[in-house]
Design a protein around this ligand. Sequence first.
Ligand SMILES: [Zn+2]
Length: 319
Amino acid sequence: MRCGACPHEWDATADWLDRFDQGKEGCPACGTDCRGEDRPDFTAAPDDQAHDEAATRDLAWYHSSTHPIWPDRDFDPAADLTEETRQRMESMSARPGAVERWAARQKSKAVHVGTYEAAIENMFRRIDDEGGPADQFFLHRVRLRQDCMIEPGVHPEPTDFVGNAYLTEVCAPGVNVLRYVNVHEDASRISLALDVDAIDAVQSIPIPLPIDTSDPWITDATARLHCASARPPEPMTSTLQRFRPRTIPALATEGRQLVKEAGAELPVNLRDRFGLEIDEETFASDPSGFPARVLGLVRLVTDPGRVLAALDAQGWRTV
Ligand SMILES: [Zn+2]
């Protein structure tokens, strides 16, 4: 961490960060806490190899996505626009070609890569935020071109208010790699905002890895879900209950309990983002599917060696 009010820098533990976010801790030197405008924030870890330009080119970089092919030069951002949207975009613009200009701008957005941990943490966050049906995710490992142009120094994340970054607006001409401190995922580690031209090749695998459904934890969890699905709904323990009495299916409660138990092995920052829900329909169609997904996600964190070996076995796709 680096204080915004004084020059102090220090190593913070996950527990310290948790208290800091609640306003119970401040800068060890001057006491500035999370409420100040000059609040302490993550800074690049001094031991990060990516401080060195040559090492940055040689490191493996990771990205998680719901796209099996990423990045995709042939991707057309305008493909999903309805005719109505296209007409509205054209009518709002002073000159013709609004859709093409918008699509070109979309395609000039930087792509982001980071550590393995950052890619996995990003996927956990997306699963937690979306809370919808189980999307298939893919893990991509990126090899940079040896002639890529790296902006000197390590910078704050270059994204605008909707999370987009355009390198041409923040870097010298010709630069296609910008190093920044990731403050959201694998915080304090260096991530990269890239132009696709900086990428040499990519390896990709679906994640989580396939899992043996005869694993004892899955068998036991599936049996518990079967029992729960036969129980009557349970009352919600919510403060809103006084106004709107509600119940929750016992299956959902048991699912949350399983997630909590399996998630106990995760580091605290991931545990808070480990939100999976089970519904009757998914359970009926594939009873062991939910426990298998839960265990598969946990193993991405507890057994990264298997994941990296699976990536090693893939061919490189040039971009
Ligand atoms: Zn301070």
